[in-house]
Write a protein that binds this ligand. Structure first.
Ligand code: ATP
Ligand code: MG
Length: 350
């Protein structure tokens, strides 16, 4: 394996990200002040991947070669990775696999729905909450609860307490190492979102007008990040430093505008074959599980053209078989029937 690969898909966490070459000059960002990194390992990613650190190397599901190479291309080029593929092919989990192996901490997750706007991903400002708090503070100014007025002594009159960065906003904070951002199911969005997103990702920055207005009186204001930590925003502008590793997923429900496609690295995850399924089963159920449950895997793969099945259905069937401990002939019949039910193609509800 060539050593240009930073993400190796090998499972066990390592510090390869330290060796990521500098960005191309047109993707070099210089935001500040640099925020502290998140904790390197996140239990949510371990759960998604089915691994525990001690056995990560042995049990980990290995991604395909193209998958590994295109993840690295996105890391080198500081471009978002647009991941397409059938339901359950592992699009969303890829973000966790990269964050876990490279020790990049909690995956910032933005599940997109038709109402999602760019602003939701960037930040939220609770203007009403702020007004209410100010009123309460003024009324009780002479009373024993006066301390809440202290917020007014904070930079910008405490406005930062009411601003919370969203997953995209947090991913763009100036950090020494890339954060991992999952923009999940972008194809479900309103027609404008992909283009709006594109602009922010091109510039690697965004502005918070509520803080920009304070320029002069308060240039550095602490706000809340998506992780719930306090971070400093300077002059109402958030500009990244290490460009985040961004996974945009799509089930192909609609096409994206050409400018977005041009600025992303496109990875299509094919339907999993037997080898890939066996490797995922091993990751979740342990060594030997793929062999023990070969019949269910074969059953999963035996589909009519056009049938859609997701890997989660296979996992459900295997988990149930393991836990129910069916052994005798009658139970074998139950197992067969339930497996067929659980593996029913998703586009055939009846
Ligand atoms: N690298 C991996 N290691 C272990 N398990 C994996 C891996 N990739 C995917 N899986 C498992 O496969 C299942 C489906 O993965 P995932 O949810 O990422 O698919 P998806 O393509 O995002 O599906 P959808 O389009 O429905 O959102 C999950 O249960 C996940 O745990
Ligand atoms: Mg998904």
């Amino acid at each position: 394996m060539s050593d240009w690969l930073i993400y190796r898909g090998a499972g066990a966490p390592h510090d390869g990200i330290e060796h990521l070459p500098p960005p191309p000059p047109w993707r070099d960002f210089d935001g500040g002040p640099v925020v502290p990194p998140p904790a390197a390992l996140d239990p949510a990613s371990e759960r998604r991947l089915g691994v525990r650190p001690a056995e990560a190397e042995a049990r980990h599901h290995r991604p395909g070669e193209t998958e590994r190479e295109l993840v690295n291309a996105a890391l080198y080029l500081r471009r978002p990775l647009l991941v397409t593929g059938a339901p359950g092919s592992g699009k969303s989990t890829l973000a966790h696999a990269v964050a876990y192996e490279l020790g990049l901490g909690r995956v910032l997750s933005w599940p997109v729905v038709s109402r999602s706007t760019l602003r939701d991903g960037l930040y939220a400002y609770d203007a009403i909450g702020r007004l209410q708090d100010l009123q309460i503070a003024r009324q009780s100014v002479a009373g024993p609860e006066a301390p809440s007025v202290a917020a007014e002594d904070e930079p910008g009159g405490g406005i930062g307490r009411y601003i919370r960065l969203g997953p995209l906003g947090t991913a763009l904070l100036p950090a020494a190492r890339p954060r991992v951002l999952l923009v999940d199911e972008l194809d479900k969005s309103d027609i404008d979102l992909p283009n709006d997103l594109l602009n922010v990702l091109e510039e690697g920055e965004f502005r918070i007008p509520e803080l920009e207005r304070l320029a002069g009186s308060a240039s550095e204001v602490p706000v809340l990040s998506d992780d719930g930590t306090r971070v400093t925003v300077r002059d109402g502008r958030v500009r990244c430093r290490a460009f985040p590793f961004i996974v945009l997923t799509s089930n192909g429900e609609r096409d994206f505008p050409a400018p977005l496609l041009r600025r992303c690295i496109h990875l299509h995850i094919p339907l999993p074959d037997k080898e890939r399924l066996a490797s995922m089963v091993r990751a979740h159920f342990g060594e030997g599980a793929a062999e023990r449950h070969e019949a269910v895997i074969d059953r999963f793969l035996d589909r009519e053209p056009g049938d859609v099945r997701a890997v989660d259905q296979l996992f459900n069937a295997i988990h149930l078989t393991q836990k129910a401990g069916w052994t005798n002939e009658d139970e074998e019949e139950t197992r067969r029937r339930l497996t067929a039910e659980l593996l029913r193609p998703l586009d055939r509800t009846r």
